[in-house]
Design a protein around this ligand. Structure first.
Ligand code: C6P
Length: 410
């Protein structure tokens, strides 16, 4: 059991009011709130250590370089990467996927090859592959889903075949909450000699992640969804693949030697980190990881299973709502997307906001998925470590009021 009261005290924003009501923050899939230790880390860096990294011989630069690399080591340990050279700082998950599709993809995808993604991908794990398929004359193949929001694996051995060169799949869907059987997808990809990339934007903040165990070739995630600041993300790449990859962005820091004619790339991981990196935010992400580790990732997962189970049972009391995604909390995360035929999601979102509840409404950057459900958008509540059953009670009650309010008007 988590000490939620203690945890909540660590998040200053949770004590504010919105529209004269205590804030209930259920928009964690979009971005999480930040504990005071992360906020303090940013202030401390700029107050005491601010200087560029890997460039200076002066004390400040050496200190900031140490803190920056310490944060990288923390990330490596957090996802059980054997070495920290496999950890490349990016701005977010989106940049990590673009790095792989542009660097590994352009070099390795041949005309006629197949790239497999699932029907529930975020635009970030779809559009870069559409562009790569177009440029390299490859075929983008979409793995379909079942009515319950799980992947349809009936013909998986046809979908992952000898033409498949990469399978890139989301671990936890940001629109359905579904947790995908990534181990199975990864081993099937490897069996046909394809690479496996995991979009961990929604899973790494909520589920213990072990890249050695999963055996994925690439993993991306975003700091801002796991208590860290915006503007910092991570791309993990298996060392042997990283060695062969060409840089994506070029310029300062990623070179060892430059003449007017050519350049020699820097060592890993700097080869992939052109320009001055996001130093303070990387260090603060390290603090976020310390915070998560102190609570324990399995404890976080257990707490969210409990909240999800509770919310799913409470949803049954609401008429006129369709809830998307699987109903078993063990194969879904704390993300609940729902829709009412009679009420536009933006109306629900605005009604809830008046009562202090923050949810997200829209297509959640999964437009093809939402369209395939024949709806314009969904309303989405998403939980994290600081959320409580009392908040869910208030949310369900307010949602009931919203449904009555809008359907009575009709
Ligand atoms: N989803 C949401 O509200 P960035 O924006 O690069 O940090 O993360 C992109 C991304 C990639 N994959 C998945 C599964 C995601 O959920 C996201 C971000 C947010 O659902 C913002 S659109």
């Amino acid at each position: 059991m988590l000490d939620i009261k203690k945890i909540r005290n660590d998040f200053p924003i949770l004590s504010r009011e919105v529209n004269n009501k205590p804030l209930i923050y259920f928009d964690n899939a979009a971005t999480s709130q930040k504990p005071i230790s992360v906020i303090n880390s940013l202030t401390e860096f700029y107050s005491k250590y601010n200087s560029n990294v890997h460039r200076g011989v002066h004390t400040l630069s050496m200190e900031s370089t140490d803190l920056f690399e310490e944060a990288r080591n923390r990330v490596a340990k957090f996802i059980n990467s054997k070495n920290s050279e496999s950890i490349i700082w990016t701005r977010n998950s989106t940049e990590g996927i673009n790095l792989v599709s542009n660097s590994w993809g352009r070099k390795n995808i041949q005309p006629g090859d197949e790239i497999l993604v699932t029907a529930m991908e975020h635009h970030s794990n779809l559009v870069p592959w559409q562009i790569l398929a177009d440029i390299n004359k490859a075929k983008l193949v979409i793995l379909p889903i079942n009515n319950d929001g799980t992947l349809n694996l009936d013909e998986i051995d046809t979908f992952i075949n000898s033409k498949t060169k990469i399978v890139s799949a989301v671990h936890m869907s940001n629109s359905l909450g579904t947790i995908n059987p990534i181990q199975e997808l990864c081993s099937k990809a490897h069996k046909v000699g394809a690479k496996f990339m995991l979009d961990g934007a929604q899973s790494v903040p909520h589920i213990p992640t072990d890249v050695a165990d999963i055996d994925c070739d690439f993993l991306v995630f975003s700091g801002h969804k796991m208590l860290g600041p915006t503007g910092i993300g991570v791309l993990y790449v298996k060392p042997e693949i990283l060695e062969e990859m060409d840089p994506f962005l070029t310029g300062g820091e990623m070179v060892l030697e430059v003449s007017y004619e050519k350049a020699k790339w820097n060592e890993l991981p700097m080869k992939f980190e052109a320009g001055t990196p996001n130093i303070a935010d990387a260090i603060a992400l390290g603090e976020a990881i310390v915070y998560l580790e102190n609570i324990g990732m399995q404890n976080i997962r257990n707490h969210e299973i409990e909240l999800t189970e509770y919310a799913l049972s409470k949803f049954k009391s609401l008429d006129k709502l369709t809830l998307f995604g699987p109903l078993d909390p063990l194969i879904r995360g704390g993300i609940l997307s729902f829709h009412s035929e009679d009420i536009h999601p933006h109306d629900i979102g605005t009604f809830l906001d008046h009562e202090g509840i923050a949810i997200r409404t829209g297509h959640h950057c999964t437009m093809p998925l939402i369209r395939s459900l024949n709806i314009p958008a969904t309303s989405r509540a998403s939980f994290y470590i600081y959320n409580t059953k009392d908040e869910i009670d208030y949310f369900i009650n307010t949602l009931g009021n919203a449904i009555r309010y809008f359907t009575d008007v009709k």
